[in-house]
Write a protein that binds this ligand. Structure first.
Ligand code: CA
Length: 227
């Protein structure tokens, strides 16, 4: 279920949004000022925030900055102001989109769906990029590997090889496929390269490189990564 945080101090607008969102099976939290909004966002982890810029206690742009300090949650701004500077400032501060008041409910809901949709793959990709095993953790996006609490340095070729194996976790990746993906399409028989680089990966990431748990050799065929 998608959780929406509505930040708005005008009761009629809050009510209209609540009715329309709940009718479409969204979960709704509401805040009528910026301080409550920041507290609720931290407590409830909404999937999307609908934010009025004109709040009683602080400027909505301050709320955007507060949220962007720790979360990439999509923010859809409601702006009553006609000044385009205001919108530019909100977008620069990290808002994803805006709707000008008075707004049509259909347009707002469509923009909300679009903001949620755009955010989804990023979260999924980020999770996919992080792999943890009993021996080590790797973040492919951040290019960070940690074993026993210490950073492990990998060369670009080692990263590339690791990435291909991790993306095919649990599956046999043939020697030819690894060579072509990491070294290039003209490679395919240089299995000695693989032996050298796999030994390095094991030395850096396995607890006992002589008895690998994660980087398994399938003799004569290829390699397999096991979590
Ligand atoms: Ca307002």
């Amino acid at each position: 279920m998608t959780r929406v945080l509505v930040v708005e101090d005008e009761p009629q607008i809050v009510r209209a949004l609540e009715i329309n969102l709940k009718a479409r099976r969204y979960e709704v939290d509401t805040a009528s000022d910026g301080a409550t909004a920041l507290r609720l966002a931290a407590a409830r982890h909404p999937d999307v925030v609908v934010l009025d810029l004109g709040l009683p206690d602080m400027d909505g742009v301050e709320v955007i900055r507060g949220l962007r300090g720790w979360t990439r949650v999509p923010i859809l701004v409601l702006s009553a102001r006609h000044s385009s500077d205001e919108k530019v400032e909100a977008l620069d501060a990290g808002a994803d989109d805006y709707v000008t008041k008075p707004f049509g409910m259909d347009e707002l809901l469509a923009r909300l769906r679009a903001a949620v949709r755009r955010a989804e793959p990023t979260t999924a990709e980020a999770e996919e990029a992080r792999v943890s095993t009993a021996s080590f953790t790797v973040d492919l996006a951040a290019k960070k590997a940690v074993r026993e609490g210490r950073d492990v340095r990998l060369t670009p070729t080692e990263w590339h090889l690791l990435e291909v194996l991790l993306r095919n976790a649990g599956k046999l990746v043939s020697q030819k496929q690894l060579l072509q993906e990491v070294w290039g399409p003209t490679y395919g028989t240089e299995t000695n390269y693989l032996r050298v680089y796999m030994a390095q990966l094991r030395r850096k990431l396995e607890v006992d490189p002589a008895h690998p748990r994660h980087f398994i050799t399938e003799a004569g065929m290829g390699y397999r990564f096991e979590r």
